[in-house]
Design a protein around this ligand. Structure first.
Ligand SMILES: Nc1ncnc2c1ncn2[C@@H]1O[C@H](COP(=O)(O)OP(=O)(O)OP(=O)(O)O)[C@@H](O)[C@H]1O
Ligand SMILES: [Mg+2]
Length: 284
């Protein structure tokens, strides 16, 4: 065998190994397309590997450029995001990391990023009836420093706009549950229920109402969806208002007075119903 020929062979063996390694990190359907093409090549040529290389470069660029980081985030969070950029896509649908869902979205924590979670829009059609993901993310950005009586909303970390894979945004993970989850899965939430039983519900209601009233008056924003599933409580008894997917800024010509009244009435009723249910639970 001529020497130059064996070098080419060694080169292709190396390239083939590298090709299969990189396939393993691609989503299944995409990897299968490339594998099939490779395995059906009449002759293995450099052209194929060059094309595959280019594809990987473009894909990485597309994934990176679609992730827009918020400016005001700490170095610690920035590092966490750097470490998980690639898993943002892959985590969607992984039951091990599922945190909660609603009508339009599913929320997952990210492996190896203890402070982050990602809201993925899965029902884009239904979501389109409400706010664009950027609008929802911008409300959180505006409320970054907004805390009233200890009540606040999650800090926003990044937006990922991706027309084919779906939009998502990253935010602070709240170490708690939404109020409906607590009532629906009581046995998973014994400690939270025990903690909630010790709270003064009138104070909780007053604090949440103070947050929402100030949201209306100071920030000129109405929430529009203040049901139990959009109120979270953490292990320390701190409350959070989440999900600004139906929120609106006060604009001339809109019935903001009506929206304000609905926010207050919904919140008051939801907190009352929630604590009545908590009181009835037989957990000490
Ligand atoms: N920052 C967070 N930290 C932890 N869990 C969260 C966070 N944000 C959302 N979740 C969980 O994910 C669930 C779904 O999120 P969200 O309410 O934003 O989605 P949605 O589809 O817009 O809901 P809806 O049906 O109310 O419109 C929440 O009810 C909550 O349980
Ligand atoms: Mg919700």
């Amino acid at each position: 065998m001529p020497e130059s020929f064996s070098k080419i062979e060694i080169n292709f063996t190396y390239k083939e190994r590298d090709f299969y390694q990189r396939l393993a990190s691609l989503p299944h359907e995409i990897a299968e397309r490339w594998r099939e093409e490779y395995e059906n090549l009449p002759e293995i040529t450099d052209d194929f590997f060059i094309r595959f290389d280019q594809f990987c470069i473009f894909r990485n660029q597309a994934m990176d450029s679609s992730l827009e980081l918020d400016e005001e985030i700490s170095d610690e969070i920035r590092l966490e995001i750097e470490g998980v950029k690639k898993v943002v896509r892959e985590t969607f649908g992984d039951p091990q990391h599922f945190l909660g869902n609603g009508y339009t979205a599913e929320v997952y924590e990210l492996p190896v990023a203890p402070h982050l979670c990602v809201k993925y829009i899965h029902n884009q059609e239904a979501y389109n009836e409400n706010n664009h993901i950027r609008v929802e993310h911008n409300f959180l950005a505006e409320l970054r420093k907004f805390t009233v009586e200890g009540v606040r909303s999650p800090l926003p970390y990044f937006v990922r706009i991706h027309p084919s894979e779906g939009h998502s945004y990253g935010m602070e993970k709240i170490n708690g549950k939404n109020l409906s989850q607590i009532l629906e899965r009581q046995s998973d939430n014994i400690e939270l229920i025990a903690m909630l039983k010790t709270l003064d519900r009138e104070t909780v209601k007053k604090n949440l109402l103070a947050y929402v009233t100030s949201l209306h008056d100071t920030c000129k924003i109405t929430h529009g969806d203040l049901f139990q599933r959009n109120i979270m409580v953490d292990e320390e008894g701190k409350f959070y208002i989440i999900d600004f997917g139906k929120a609106k800024r006060e604009e001339i010509g809109e019935d903001h007075e009506g929206r304000r009244k609905i926010d207050i009435a919904t919140l008051t009723s939801e907190i009352g119903v929630f604590f009545n249910a908590i009181d009835k639970l037989d957990i000490v």
